[in-house]
Design a protein around this ligand. Structure first.
Ligand code: NAD
Ligand code: TYD
Length: 377
């Protein structure tokens, strides 16, 4: 088969990466999609069971820091595009072990950039290095309106009831970087390297910075899947500080759609912010999670409110994130497809319907999947 394009998607066995791989494999049968993933604790091939036998899909277990390995793969497969999601992604882990974050997020990104440069230099035409980053690089916004105000923007992601903003300022693409956690510092550094490769060598790069994602296949160390699982088992819900921190939530499939649109139509060397204009205080989201999970489990709605347990705050806990994605909406016509309530209902239902996935992940059994699947190949 002569493929129109051959793309490497890094981190394709993780949460967001698996949705991006699935979208590209299904939507573009004439593209060859290579999922390059080291399979750390966060990588799980069970996330891709439904597409693993498609002819245009290939999985390669590899560390992005392995420059020689990546270069060889790119040359052999004549790769013409990279969508880079592989990273260490959990803030709490970065506080305990910043070295791993610098290694993967900074050195790993640099290794990919160097391999792409070695392959493509002199013929940048049609090539693309698309780096997926986070809104956390911008630091924290002030919460000038703790009770919430009418926001200046309206999108499908925000519901009527909770469509509030907690300050006048939003993250726009021109803001200077002010990362606070080792995670966001490492992501910020990798963003700078990507832009430097455009400015210095002319590599066709794009960077996007997205807000918090939620949806199926998220590793249950992050707020939403962790709390759904704890509610299910009636375990305490550890709320950091007073639960007043604000995050801007986007359904993961909407992020994957944005990546598709930007990969194909985004302007080279540009940055696009991706978000749902959908700000929520943690404590409000937690109450919605409890009510929804209780209802879907047939328990009296709100019966599990007493699981809420306020614990010591995260060190350096950013107060508020809120993305302004006007540029993306105006330039490329993307907008979120789901109302937040619909997305949350879908998400809770998915975790409750996929208890085997959740149990495998929480027990660590999922890590045997790769060994079984590839035994003898
Ligand atoms: P995740 O932790 O669920 O998955 C990360 C994936 O990368 C895993 O499959 C893991 O095995 C792989 N990986 C880690 N180190 C690797 C290495 N050295 N070599 C190859 N593969 C490696 O992460 P996620 O939540 O899906 O995030 C994906 C990307 O999106 C990250 O770059 C993250 O910074 C960014 N992002 C995430 C969010 C969010 O809310 N989750 C929001 C904005 C941006
Ligand atoms: P998280 O899902 O870790 O994403 P991020 O830190 O990248 O925003 O956390 C979302 C919010 O929930 C954040 O403000 C921290 C808070 N949180 C808790 O209160 N308790 C928890 O157990 C976790 C994991 C997060």
């Amino acid at each position: 088969m002569n493929y129109e394009r051959t793309l490497i998607i890094t981190g394709g066995a993780g949460f967001i990466g698996s949705h991006v791989v699935r979208l590209f494999v299904n939507k573009y049968p004439r593209y060859k999609i290579i999922n390059l993933d080291k399979l750390t604790y966060a990588g799980n091939l069970a996330n891709l069971k439904d597409i693993e036998d498609k002819p245009n899909y290939r999985f390669v277990r590899m560390d992005i820091c392995d420059f020689e390995g990546v270069l060889k793969l790119m040359q052999e497969e004549q790769v013409d595009g990279i969508i880079h999601l592989a990273a260490e992604s959990h803030v709490d882990r970065s506080i305990k072990d910043p070295f791993t974050f610098a290694q993967t997020n900074v050195m790993g990104t640099l290794s990919l950039l160097q391999a792409a440069k070695a392959c493509w230099e002199g013929d940048w035409e049609g090539k693309r290095f698309y780096h997926i980053s986070t809104d956390e690089v911008y630091g924290a916004l002030e919460m000038t309106h703790p009770e919430g105000i009418e926001p200046p923007f309206t999108t499908k992601a925000s519901s009527g009831e909770h469509h509030l903003a907690y300050g006048e300022k939003f993250f726009t693409e021109d803001l200077k970087y002010q990362p606070h956690s080792p995670y966001s510092a490492a992501k910020a550094s990798s963003d700078h390297f990507v832009r430097a490769f455009h400015d210095t060598f002319g590599m066709p790069t794009i960077v996007t910075n997205c807000s918090n994602n939620y949806g199926p296949y998220q590793f249950p160390e992050k707020l939403i899947p962790l709390f759904i699982n704890n509610i299910r088992h009636r375990k305490p819900l550890p709320v950091y500080g007073k639960g007043e921190n604000v995050r801007d939530w986007l359904y993961v499939e909407d992020h994957a759609r944005a990546i598709d649109v930007i990969f194909h139509n985004g302007r080279i060397a540009e940055t696009y912010n991706i978000g749902g204009f959908n700000e929520w205080k943690n404590i409000d989201i937690i109450k919605v999670l409890i009510r929804t999970t209780d209802r879907l489990l047939g328990r009296p709605e709100g019966a599990d409110m007493d699981l809420i347990t306020f614990v010591t705050d995260r060190a350096g806990h950013d107060l508020r994130y809120a993305i302004d994605s006007t540029k993306l909406q105006k330039e490329l016509g993307w907008e979120p497809s789901l109302q937040f309530e619909e997305g949350i209902e879908r998400t809770v239902r998915w975790y409750l319907d996929n208890q085997e996935w959740l149990d495998n992940v929480t027990s660590g059994d999922y890590q045997k999947y790769y060994e079984q699947m590839y035994a003898g190949r």
